[in-house]
Structures are given as structure tokens and as C-alpha cells.
Design a protein around this ligand. Structure first.
Ligand SMILES: Cc1ncc(COP(=O)(O)O)c(C=O)c1O
Length: 414
């Protein structure tokens, strides 16, 4: 979709945070979507509605409890439409990291000494450390799929050596929250399936940018986080029904041992779960189609096309600046609109502080928990990377302001 056909003003109107000026009467420019997007009005409305019309815990006979039970069902069905999974495969939790650690405890049953666990160098550590912990507790060995140092993609050339009959768990990120690289997880998982390994996908950075299809990816477990796609701070795990049934849950004796509830320890964040329905509803409202699933797919396609055009503009600019080193995969590799770069002789923290203070740009710096990458590329002594992540509420005008800000910074440093 060409940017002029995207209803940008209508979209922006649905994000109250975008309407608020700072103390200098300037609107902030949010380029930190990969760290967490702004929240949509439909999400806020649903949260407020839940809180203000009577709250309760589950499984009671009275109206607010019945309302909460049906909210849970609605939210799981909504995630089913968003990710193409069954509602009974969906579990909620505090955030992706906590859910991954919970699942890693449960997976101890399936891993023993001498087995192998495969993770990647590219991933956020939330999709690495829980599986390293699993290895440590079971005596399994850890292997890493390396990153191609020149291409910023996973080097899958030795996949057949990396995945063997000993491989029990393979954890791969669908898309890098640092470089935006979209990995060919299907290729990796299909190799892993030949050896009956459990396949885990971190879709936290993918879900905000393109339609993720759990069934099509053929993974066993997928994680995402609602605050990355215009929603509340809430983690989501999707686990294939057969595996989910077999998974031992860390639970209280009287708590349910059935799917999908057995992973949901204690009382859930019901207001966030209500907000999640609103956030998914926002994506759906952008699309067309006969049912919810089709409208979400169409809404995501519109977001993807809009972001792609903005990303093209930003990428062309960054590539023109000789002082900028961009850590971006080649044109033929699919990527999200997330850019990691460094500026020659400028500490990344100093740069983002300049952008924030002079131009009200919200831009992150550091390794963004993709810390293996930080070590490999030895960037941490100079403040790590600068990261710009675009969201569907960003505009060409905002990118223009960033261009001015970067030129201004370079001028000041020259
Ligand atoms: C790719 C990726 N995976 C995992 C996480 C962790 O998610 P959470 O904050 O929900 O634990 C993040 C958060 O930035 C992320 O970007």
C-alpha cells in the first residue's frame, strides 16, 4: 500500500499518546516501537471498561465473574485469529521472558543428559537464556546457529550438522529486534522435525509487523508480547495442543491442570487481557474480509506495506551518509522496519540523548538484549547500536525530522 492510501491520520487519532505535547510544546516522535509501541484507544477503552464495570475472579456464579470467564474465552479466540492457532493453545502470563522460563522448567521432562539444545546468536536473550538454563539443569549441550558477520542473517549452511538425533529443543526468533532480519524458521524447523525436536519460535518482534501463522510455521511453541503490538504489558504463549497436554505445569494443587489454564499461575492480569482484545480489534479494524481472521490478515498486510515504504525512505537515507554503518541484511532478505546502526566517532548513547533533547525523538541505544550480537560485533564500548523501529503511526514527516537531526549532529561533531 502506498503511504498516501494508508489512513495515517485516522490511525494516529487512535493513539492518545501521540496527541500529547511535551513541555516545549513539541510532539514526541516514537521510533522505539521494538522496545514497546504506544497503546491504541480501543485497548485503553477495553481496559477501562473492564476495571470500571466490576471486576472478579474466574469461575463464579455471579455476573462479574461470568463476565471475566467470557473475557478469557474472547481473548483466547482473538489470539487464535491473530496467530492462526486454537484458543485452547493460548496461555497468558506476565511477559514473554517469564513465560519462556516457565516453559523451560516444564520442558525438563523431555530433555536428558547428553541431549542437545539449539539456539541462535541473533536472538534476544529471552529466547536463549531460558533454554541455556534448561541445558544446565538437565546436562544437555548447547549449540548456537551462527550469525553471518557480513550479512546479518543466520548462517544455516551447516544446519544438518547442527541438528542431529540428539537435538531435543530448537529455539529461533522469527525476526530480530535488533537488525529486523526475518529468519527462515520454517527451513530450520523442518530440519528439526526430522529429528522430532521441539521447535520454539520467538515472535515478539514479528507479530507487530507481519501476519504470523502458527500452524504454517509448524513450530510447537510460540511466544509474543502484546505491548509490542499496540496493547498492554502481557505475555502470550501458544503451545500445540498435544504437547501442551503433556507439559507438566508448575502449579498449585487445587489449580486447574487442563489446557490452556495450567500454565497460568495465580490470578491473571484481567484488565490487560481485556486490553489485548482491543489491540487486536484495532488491527482488525484496518482490514477487510468476511471474518475476524481475514480482517486481521488484511489489516496486517496494510501495516506491512505502509511500514515498508517508510522503511525504504529511511534506509536509502542512512545508506547515503558516509559516517553511518548500518547493520542491515541485503535487499533480497525479508526484514521488519527496524534499523540498527552506528555513527562513526559518536557514542550511541550520546547520539540518542542529542536526538531526544534537541528533536524530541524517542530512539533507543544499546544491545536491546540481543547481547550475543553486541559481543560479536564489539559495539558495547561505544554505546552499542542506535535503533530506529517504525510503527504504523509513524510518518514521512517524522522521518524527515530525524534526517535533519542526524545532519545536525554530524555538523556539530565535524
Ligand atoms: C525479540 C524479543 N524477544 C523477547 C523479548 C522479551 O519480551 P518481554 O519483554 O515480553 O519479556 C523482546 C523484548 O524486547 C524482544 O524484542
Amino acid at each position: 500500500m502506498k503511504t498516501e492510501n494508508f489512513p495515517i491520520e485516522e490511525v494516529r487519532a487512535q493513539f492518545p499518546a501521540l496527541q500529547i505535547k511535551d513541555k516545549e510544546q513539541v510532539f514526541p516522535i516514537y521510533f522505539d516501537g521494538p522496545g514497546g509501541t504506544q497503546m491504541t484507544q480501543p485497548c485503553i477503552d477495553r481496559m477501562l471498561e473492564y476495571i470500571s464495570t466490576g471486576m472478579a475472579n474466574l469461575h463464579g456464579t455471579f455476573s462479574t465473574s461470568i463476565k471475566t470467564d467470557s473475557l478469557m474465552d474472547e481473548a483466547k479466540a482473538s489470539v487464535g485469529s491473530l496467530l492462526n492457532c486454537k484458543p485452547q493453545e493460548v496461555a497468558f502470563g506476565q511477559n514473554m521472558t517469564s513465560l519462556a522460563f516457565q516453559v523451560s522448567l516444564a520442558l525438563r521432562k523431555f530433555v536428558k543428559e547428553g541431549d542437545e539444545i539449539l539456539v541462535t546468536e541473533l536472538d534476544h536473550r529471552a529466547n536463549v537464556d531460558p533454554w541455556l538454563q534448561l541445558a544446565e539443569e538437565t546436562g544437555a549441550t548447547v549449540k548456537f546457529i551462527p550469525v553471518d558477520r557480513d550479512k546479518f542473517v543466520l548462517d544455516v549452511s551447516s544446519l544438518e550438522q547442527l541438528i542431529t538425533n540428539k537435538t531435543k529443543v530448537v529455539a529461533v526468533g522469527l525476526s530480530s529486534n535488533l537488525t529486523g532480519t526475518i529468519s527462515d524458521v520454517q527451513k530450520i524447523f523442518s530440519e528439526a522435525k526430522k529429528h522430532n525436536a521441539i521447535c520454539i519460535a520467538d515472535a515478539v518482534h514479528a507479530v507487530p509487523h507481519f501476519k504470523v501463522n502458527f500452524r504454517k510455521m509448524d513450530c510447537d511453541i510460540l511466544f509474543c508480547s502484546a505491548y509490542k503490538f499496540f496493547g498492554p504489558h502481557l505475555g502470550i504463549a501458544v503451545i500445540k495442543e498435544d504437547l501442551f497436554r503433556k507439559l507438566p505445569a508448575m502449579k498449585l494443587v487445587p489449580a486447574p491442570n487442563e489446557i490452556p489454564y495450567k500454565l497460568e499461575t495465580g490470578t491473571q492480569n484481567h484488565e490487560a487481557i481485556a486490553g489485548l482484545c482491543g489491540a487486536i480489534g484495532f488491527i482488525e479494524s484496518l482490514g477487510t474480509g468476511k471474518n475476524s481472521s481475514q480482517r486481521i490478515t488484511s489489516g496486517m498486510a496494510k501495516i506491512e506495506a505502509y511500514e515498508e515504504e517508510l522503511a525504504g525512505d529511511l534506509e536509502a537515507f542512512l545508506k547515503e551518509i558516509p559516517e553511518v554503518s548500518l547493520y542491515r541484511a541485503a535487499e533480497n532478505i525479508l526484514k521488519t522496519p527496524t534499523f540498527a546502526f552506528k555513527i562513526r566517532n559518536v557514542n550511541s548513547r550520546e547520539a540518542t540523548k542529542f536526538f531526544a533533547e534537541k528533536y524530541n525523538l524517542c530512539i533507543g541505544d544499546g544491545h536491546f538484549y540481543a547481547s550475543t550480537m553486541g559481543d560479536i560485533f564489539e559495539v558495547m564500548d561505544t554505546g552499542g547500536w542506535i535503533r530506529i523501529g517504525l510503527a504504523p503511526y509513524n510518518t514521512k514527516e517524522e522521518i524527515k525530522i530525524f534526517k535533519r537531526a542526524l545532519k545536525d549532529l554530524l555538523l556539530m561533531k565535524s
